[in-house]
Design a protein around this ligand. Structure first.
Ligand SMILES: [Zn+2]
Length: 181
């Protein structure tokens, strides 16, 4: 409840903590923990055993529906948002399921179902998941593993700060939870 009256001190009052009451908006670096569950309630991913994730708000660096849900929240806020595939990792495209000759995959070693491979294509490197291994061919799926899924994010915002000029220019976060370069 970041904006409920009586809870949020006024910016010029003695008790006001600027850091604490920063909100997620353009050019802020937002750090958060999340747990991702699918429509069946199964946990798909969590950041809880790691450092919180950090992103630059307004730079399209996290999925659109999640960024929209973050907007206006303050540090310390927890919330849940359920996203349809269109607002998360997109709908599945069956054209991304392809049969690849095994001889194109020389040097990869033994290939098994569920394995994730980086395929060199004329559109550059594409990450695919192995669906089926035959004698001469392998069926692979180039859709994102979370494509076509309704996803619920349980989010806790752990920190918000101003982005540096350099971060704004690069369009991403530097330091912990962000780009290391
Ligand atoms: Zn950079």
């Amino acid at each position: 409840m970041p904006n409920s009256p009586g809870q949020c001190p006024r910016p010029n009052s003695p008790g006001f903590n600027k850091e604490k009451f920063m909100i997620a908006e353009k050019d802020k670096v937002v750090s958060f923990h999340y747990t991702l569950t699918n429509a069946e309630g199964e946990q798909m991913e969590t950041s809880r055993e790691k450092e919180p994730m950090s992103y630059l708000h307004g730079a399209n660096s996290i999925i659109a529906g999640l960024e929209k849900a973050m907007e206006g929240h303050a540090s310390g806020d927890s919330f849940s948002v359920t996203l349809e595939p269109e607002d998360a990792y997109g709908v599945r495209n069956e054209k991304n399921v392809q049969r690849v000759p095994l001889k194109r995959l020389k040097g990869i070693g033994k290939i098994s179902v569920g394995q994730v491979l980086n395929l060199q294509t004329n559109k550059g490197q594409v990450q695919v998941t192995v669906l089926k291994v035959g004698r001469f061919n392998v069926d692979v799926d180039g859709n994102h593993p979370l494509a076509g899924k309704q996803l619920t994010f349980d989010v806790e915002i752990t920190g918000i700060r101003d982005a540096s000029d350099e971060e704004r220019q690069h369009g991403h976060v530097h330091g912990p939870g962000g780009h290391q370069h």
